[in-house]
Every structure is written in structure tokens, then in C-alpha cells.
Ligand binder design. Structure first.
Ligand code: HEC
Ligand code: HEC
Length: 213
């Protein structure tokens, strides 16, 4: 046990202190059946199955694209997301992301991608035909099926919690997300922000996405 604790201190991982299993995972792939141990910290805010938790604003992670989730963890670590103290959910997520090592992140991604993805329930309604019109401006990056485009770093919108997508559109619009000069992926959203004049526009486009996913 003494050696185990010493190894934890030396590796400096946020997760090594949880269990010896997590320690064993440091050097390799996750141990089947033990995934929840490593992801337990994430479950408090992202749901027990990674399905999202609307109470604290944590989005769905299960089944979402690992390359995108990884980009976002880097974005939090770089301070491009979650710097504003008056938006506590992202601020707290940034603190969590800052405690992760590269090894933690790589292992988490393998686990999150393997989690079962139940379709997120629809909570937003709006004018679907107006949303379809607006969505034409999103197709180039997010795809006609809203499944995203890795080459453009644009994530799938289909399958994600609609309440989370709404909060993100508002954050882009307010400049809390996607405005840092080095955040080249986040900045790509800038081109469409003038189209989304108000919350109704955002709800309409999300209602359309709900209708196709
Ligand atoms: C204290 C609560 C909390 C904890 C713990 C937490 N998260 Fe989060 N996370 C959030 C919130 C809230 C957001 C959304 C922030 C926003 O609205 O900008 C988020 C966003 C994310 C995103 C961005 C997803 C996207 O689609 O944009 C990723 C990836 C993520 N979290 C991964 C993790 C992982 C992996 C863990 C465990 C190591 C974790 N989170 C632990 C609250 C938390
Ligand atoms: C020029 C390419 C481009 C266009 C056009 C575009 N997006 Fe995006 N979008 C992106 C990229 C890239 C990201 C990821 C940003 C990041 O990494 O932080 C993104 C992220 C998002 C997110 C956050 C998703 C999440 O899980 O956190 C939402 C919501 C979104 N886009 C909606 C839209 C909508 C709605 C439209 C059309 C009105 C649109 N986008 C048009 C490139 C684009």
C-alpha cells in the first residue's frame, strides 16, 4: 500500500488515488468491467451512464465522438472555455479538466466511446420549417444528418442533449465560448452567429435537429 501511495504521488494523476485498479490502468487499456471506477468523478455531473445531467448542466458524453470530447477537454485546459467565474458550470468543468493527465484523458476517451448511447430525449420545441431553413447554413460543417465532420472539427449535434446545445449557442453568442483568438475550432462558429438573432432562432434550429436525429 505504501508503494502504491508513493506511485500515486509520483505519477501525480487525479485518479490514481481512487483504487489500485485505476493505478493498474495507468499503463494500459481499461480493464473490462472496471470502467466506472475511473469515470466516477465524471458521473456526478454527466450522469451515471454519461447521459448528461440537466441539473448541473453537464452534457451527454456517452456515444459522443471521442475526438471532439478530447478537443473540448483541451479547450478547457487551455482556458478557452470556462474562464468566466459568473458561469460556474463551465468554470468547474475547467478545474476538473486541469487536474487530468494526458494518460487520464486518453483512457477516459476509450471508455466514454464504449458507453452505450441511448438517444437523448427531446426537450425543445420550435418552428421546424424555419429551423430547417436556418440549418442549411450549418450543413457545410455539421453535415446534413447532423453527425458532424471530424476533418472540420465540427461535432455531431444529433444525439446530444438539446438543452445543452441551446446553452452552448447562447455561450457562443455571448462570447463566453469560441472567441479566444487561439481557439481556432471554436472561432469557426462565428460565421453563423449573426443568423441566430434570438433564443427563438436557436430553438427553431434545434427543433429541426431533433426532427432528423
Ligand atoms: C462539477 C461538475 C463536473 C464534473 C465533475 C465533470 N464535468 Fe464535464 N462538464 C460539466 C459541465 C457543466 C459542462 C458544460 C460546460 C458548459 O456549459 O460550457 C461540462 C462539459 C464537458 C465536456 C465538453 C462536452 C461538449 O460536448 O462540449 C467534456 C468533454 C467533459 N465535460 C468531460 C468530463 C470528464 C471526462 C469528466 C471526468 C473526468 C468531467 N467532465 C467531470 C461539469 C462537470
Ligand atoms: C464553419 C463551420 C461551422 C458552421 C457553418 C457551423 N458550425 Fe457549429 N461548430 C463548428 C465547430 C468547429 C464546432 C466545435 C467548436 C469547438 O471545438 O469548440 C462547433 C460547435 C457547435 C456547437 C457546440 C456543440 C457541443 O456539443 O458543444 C453547436 C451547438 C453548434 N456548433 C451548432 C451550430 C449550428 C446550429 C449551426 C448553424 C446555424 C452551426 N453550428 C454552424 C463549426 C461550424
Amino acid at each position: 500500500m505504501k508503494n502504491f501511495l508513493l506511485a500515486c504521488l509520483l505519477t501525480g494523476s487525479a485518479f490514481t488515488l481512487f483504487t489500485p485498479v485505476a493505478f493498474a490502468q495507468q499503463s494500459g487499456m481499461p480493464i473490462p468491467g472496471q470502467e466506472p471506477v475511473l469515470t466516477s468523478i465524471c458521473m456526478t455531473c454527466h450522469g451515471a451512464y454519461g447521459q448528461g445531467n440537466p441539473v448541473v448542466g453537464g452534457p451527454r458524453l456517452a456515444g459522443m465522438q471521442a475526438w471532439y470530447l478530447k478537443n473540448q477537454l483541451e479547450s478547457f485546459r487551455n482556458g478557452w472555455r470556462g474562464m468566466e467565474k459568473d458561469y460556474l458550470p463551465a468554470y468547474e468543468m475547467r478545474e476538473t479538466a486541469s487536474a487530468l493527465t494526458e494518460t487520464d484523458i486518453n483512457q477516459l476517451m476509450v471508455m466514454l466511446e464504449a458507453w452505450d448511447a441511448e438517444p437523448a430525449p427531446d426537450t425543445i420545441t420550435g418552428d421546424v420549417s424555419k429551423g430547417a431553413e436556418l440549418y442549411q447554413q450549418c450543413v457545410a460543417c455539421h453535415g446534413a444528418d447532423a453527425m458532424g465532420n471530424e476533418l472540420l472539427a465540427a461535432p455531431a449535434l444529433a444525439g446530444q442533449n438539446d438543452w445543452y446545445l441551446l446553452s452552448q449557442l447562447k455561450l457562443f453568442k455571448s462570447g463566453y465560448r469560441g472567441s479566444h483568438p487561439e481557439d481556432i475550432f471554436g472561432l469557426r462558429m462565428q460565421v453563423v452567429l449573426p443568423l441566430l438573432n434570438n433564443e427563438q432562432d436557436m430553438q427553431d434550429v434545434l427543433a429541426y435537429i431533433n426532427s432528423i436525429d
